[in-house]
Design a protein around this ligand. Sequence first.
Ligand code: PAF
Length: 295
Amino acid sequence: MKKHIVIIGHGAIGLLWAHHFHQRSHQITLLTHRELLPNKKQYLKNIDGDSNHIEFTFSKTMPQDVDLILVTTKAYQVKDALSPWLNEIKAPIILLHNGMGSVDHLTLNETHKVILATTTHGALLKDNTIIHTGLGQTVIGNYQHNTPQQLIDCQALLDGVLPPVKTHLSIQQPLLLKLAINCVINPLTALNQCQNGKLQAIEFQSQIDLIIKELQQVIPLLEPTWIYTAETLKETIMRVVIATADNYSSMAQDVKFKRETEIDFINGYIVREGQKLGFEMIENKKLWNSINALY
Ligand code: PAF
């Protein structure tokens, strides 16, 4: 059945999903608060090099009859992007971004159905073209008030659009894994303005080990089903480093173009959580401060 999807956040990942929903004939509305509306015509360059374009519909107000709201803004934009609409939203809301903790800033009530998600798809936005740079997968899980059936329906909808999409019983676990990956790759590549692959160099290893050691003190206390040891977590992070070796991380790009970074929701998040549990997290705090000191 065709659905009406509202997407808030028109970066590479939001527009990648928008194209794929459109290809499956779902109705898409891109909700924006920008005075100057972005160009309606948006191109997609697929992983196999094929290109096509779509004329999207932008709206400054939340439409009626919405089936799903996908929020793909940066973590620090979620509150401002969603809060004006929270009173009228009845559809499930999916938050999909790097970092954690944005949901804590929302004033949610019993009627809000919230899903948290993480994805490993790679995408780049250049002018009006989204380039799908790496195939990945998406994991979703309940944050509040979705029945198991609602979650299955949502997974089936997303999986029919940009597969594979899986559900996780404790979404906290894949979110924390992505957080750990971002805690290492993003600030180090941003501070050194290097591609992800450079983190294989010997000179980064002791700092990476220290970051991971601190993560391993805190994450298992936040998520009792956490299965990683310092060794297996490092292996996992290094696999991402190698798979994305030629890419500049999102934070390396944010710093290069002097845009706000997600550091407060990445290393900042884990430092705040660690401190609540009595851990200092010196290395992660150093990275958090160094990125924020850049501008
Ligand atoms: O933020 C990013 O760039 C990505 O999440 C990742 C996995 C670090 C790859 O560049």
